[in-house]
Design a protein around this ligand. Structure first.
Ligand SMILES: [Zn+2]
Length: 148
């Protein structure tokens, strides 16, 4: 998991000026495991930081993602890109109804990574593995509305 400081260091190394806005975005990423979209970060931070622009959020996320410091999960059925600040190998499970994304650790991932490493010859820097489905909340709602 990234710390605030290590995200800030990565932005500095990329030549970005560390403004209070960018610092707040880094802190948000380090402190939340909600797999936010740019809009979620903007909405959560703008109350205490009126000078924040959505463009700054996008730029900062893009830079961090391009450098491999955070992962782009892609959309969760909501046509919006989600980001993950946890770059340790883990699996994301995505609800296609409410777009909730949770992390599931799996000891098998280490073996899979070793397999890919051996077979591809690539120097691996990360992985993304997502499963899609209905979360327990949405399953319960679907069942109660179908009259069972
Ligand atoms: Zn759901």
């Amino acid at each position: 998991m990234n710390t605030v400081q290590n995200l800030i260091d990565i932005l500095k190394q990329a030549g970005m000026r560390i403004t209070p806005q960018r610092r707040a975005i880094c802190a948000y990423l380090a402190e939340n495991d909600n797999h936010p979209t740019a809009a979620m970060i903007y909405d959560d931070l703008k109350a205490e930081m009126p000078s924040l622009s959505l463009m700054t959020v996008y730029n900062t996320l893009n830079t961090l993602a391009n450098l491999g410091a955070i992962h782009v999960i892609g959309q969760a059925g909501d046509d919006t890109v989600h980001y993950d600040a946890d770059t340790e190998p883990h699996i994301n499970v995505i609800c296609i109804n409410c777009q909730k994304i949770v992390d599931v650790p799996s000891e098998h991932l280490v073996e899979i990574r070793q397999d890919i490493d051996r077979q591809s010859g690539y120097r691996l820097i990360g992985s993304r593995l997502s499963f899609y489905g209905l979360c327990p909340d949405c399953q319960a709602k679907a069942e109660s509305s179908s009259g069972h």
